[in-house]
Write a protein that binds this ligand. Structure first.
Ligand SMILES: *Cc1c(COP(=O)(O)O)cnc(C)c1O
Length: 391
């Protein structure tokens, strides 16, 4: 079966007594057992019956299984948010005295998690330019526990060579962990490029219209015990599993993911092409434009589409605020890959709490506006962008 078909048809582990076509939402904390021996087996992992919804729930398991089949993964674990997925994955590989090699160009809260929270527990971070493999080789040492990256950084849209980084990680005996939120896993086969652990904020493309917060850790089975430790240590001790209602909504989102993504990515390219050359805009950044420095690598790694996020740079902060204030159709909001097109000024919002020095280190410019392109008609979007630029 092709992935578009597979995304819609995954059968339940057990037939539903009413023949429901959608996976029922099992809103329950606990589960009853036939006898004490079956109960003991469930709690000790000797059967696959659910015991408590902090660690397993049939609706969440169904969602995980649907993602697992689409990605050909060894196991998939669903979390309460993308940040929960990232932090739990780090806690599996890291320990006091270990270090993580990554880039300063990561999602704002991922940077804060590394730079503030994990640091307090003795886990340090080495920031390098991941597009320069020689810098990565020099940074990896005997205490490095993983190389971590985002496959298309937000908002810079930087693309690192996954195969080159996987070779460095594997030579050092450590995993390559990649946050692939910016390009849906239905569109690329990241494990074929050497990624061991894939992380997704399912809040974005997957939730299908910005309905809910969620995260996924996709384990390709190359790191011994990884998902086992996520389930048997992290879910039990930290308790950040996805809830059944969210799993239900994100299962629905998954069914339409490919269709929505194709349209959003096509519109993003059309807007990028039509916006460049406008005198009000200093720069349009989109990796799907053939003269983008990452174009060839992005095409090789992600295929013909390049996501639904693009940025424009205007003259200064005042011009950015004026533009945002004049938008009529496009919403002033954070989030990515909603059905609705969204605009935000990252420097004053997502990166607002950071110091000027930190923003400089992260290359967050005061002149950049990020657009997440939705499902609206592209002419209507262009008309709104043009009137706001001219204001
Ligand atoms: C949004 C986002 C996250 C965090 O996900 P939440 O679901 O908001 O916790 C992590 N990484 C990337 C690339 C994101 O865009």
């Amino acid at each position: 079966m092709k992935r578009t078909t597979q995304a819609i048809h995954t059968s339940f582990a057990q037939p539903d007594p009413y023949g429901a076509i959608s996976m029922p939402v099992y809103h329950t904390a606990a589960y009853e057992f036939a006898d004490a021996a079956v109960m003991a087996d469930a709690f000790c992992g000797r059967n696959s019956l659910p015991d408590y919804s902090r660690v397993t729930n049939p609706t969440v398991s169904f969602f995980e299984e649907r993602v697992r089949r689409l990605t050909d993964a060894h196991d998939v674990v669903a979390f309460a948010s993308g940040m929960a997925a990232i932090s739990n994955a780090f806690l599996v590989v890291a320990a006091a005295g270990k270090n993580i090699v990554t880039s300063k160009h990561v999602f704002g809260n991922t940077f804060a998690l590394l730079d503030t929270t994990l640091k307090r527990f003795g886990v340090t971070t080495k920031y390098v330019d991941l597009t320069r493999p020689e810098e990565v080789v020099a940074a990896v040492d005997a205490d490095t526990c993983c190389i971590y990256l985002e496959i298309l950084t937000n908002p810079h849209q930087e693309v690192a060579d996954l195969q080159a980084l996987a070779a460095i990680a594997h030579a050092a005996g450590i995993p390559l962990i990649a946050d692939s939120t910016a390009i849906p896993f239905t569109e690329l086969q990241i494990s074929a490029l050497g990624v061991d652990i894939e992380i997704v904020s399912s809040t974005k493309y997957l939730s299908g219209g910005g309905t809910s917060i969620g995260g996924l850790v996709i384990d390709y089975g190359t790191v011994p015990q990884f998902s086992r430790r996520l389930r048997h240590e992290m879910l039990l001790n930290l308790g950040s599993y996805m809830t059944p209602h969210v799993a239900y909504m994100q299962t629905l989102g998954l069914e339409t993911l490919h269709v929505r993504y194709q349209r959003q990515a096509t519109s993003a390219l059309a807007l990028a092409q039509r916006l460049r050359g406008r005198t009000e805009i200093v720069e349009v950044n989109y990796v799907g434009l053939p003269d983008n420095p990452f174009y060839a690598l992005a095409q090789r790694q992600f295929g013909p589409t390049a996501g639904a996020m693009l940025t424009i740079d205007l003259a200064d902060r005042e011009a950015c605020f004026r533009f945002i204030n004049h938008l009529q159709l496009i919403r002033r909001a954070t989030n990515l890959f909603d059905n609705k097109t969204l605009a935000i000024h990252p420097a004053s919002t997502i990166f607002g709490p950071f110091t000027d020095e930190q923003r400089r280190q992260m290359d967050i410019r005061d002149t950049t506006i990020r657009l997440s392109v939705g499902l609206e008609d592209v002419d209507d979007l262009m008309a709104d962008l043009v009137q706001a630029l001219q204001a």
